[in-house]
Design a protein around this ligand. Structure first.
Ligand SMILES: Nc1ncnc2c1ncn2[C@@H]1O[C@H](COP(=O)(O)OP(=O)(O)OP(=O)(O)O)[C@@H](O)[C@H]1O
Ligand SMILES: [Mg+2]
Length: 112
């Protein structure tokens, strides 16, 4: 099993959520985070002085999925989160050892 963490633009989240649901993916963790990428926030000038918004709010989606579904889910996220401008976000993938559904005791794929 794999963990997908996608950090995306807040305004793209509804798109991504709707597309995931449409494709049958229901379970997810969603939180708001503050982050920065290569550009290290945004530089803005105001009355001649330069200000830096160091950390920008982003939506972080966490999904645990079966390996066979990984590519489809990543494609859906990219397709629905992408605007083509800097700051579209990133997707991180890692291994997950075990999943347990507390109510039933099911484990592994059955618990996803
Ligand atoms: N290396 C990283 N580790 C953890 N989180 C990151 C990393 N890079 C980016 N993020 C998170 O992803 C968000 C969006 O990053 P962003 O899309 O700006 O990445 P980027 O590498 O600067 O790409 P781009 O050039 O397209 O802007 C950041 O605000 C931060 O929350
Ligand atoms: Mg960036």
């Amino acid at each position: 099993m794999k963990r997908i963490i996608a950090v995306i633009r807040e305004e793209q989240f509804e798109n991504v959520k709707t597309a995931l649901l449409k494709a049958g993916w229901e379970g997810m963790n969603v939180s708001t985070v503050k982050g920065r990428g290569r550009q290290m926030g945004i530089k803005e000038s105001y009355r001649g002085s330069s200000y830096c918004i160091d950390l920008i709010p982003k939506t972080r989606i966490e999904l645990i999925v079966n390996e066979k579904d990984l590519k489809d889910i990543i494609d859906i996220i990219i397709e629905n989160a992408r605007t083509g401008d800097i700051g579209d976000g990133k997707i991180f993938v890692s291994d997950v050892e075990e999943v347990i559904r507390i109510r039933t005791g099911e484990r592994g794929s059955d618990a996803i």
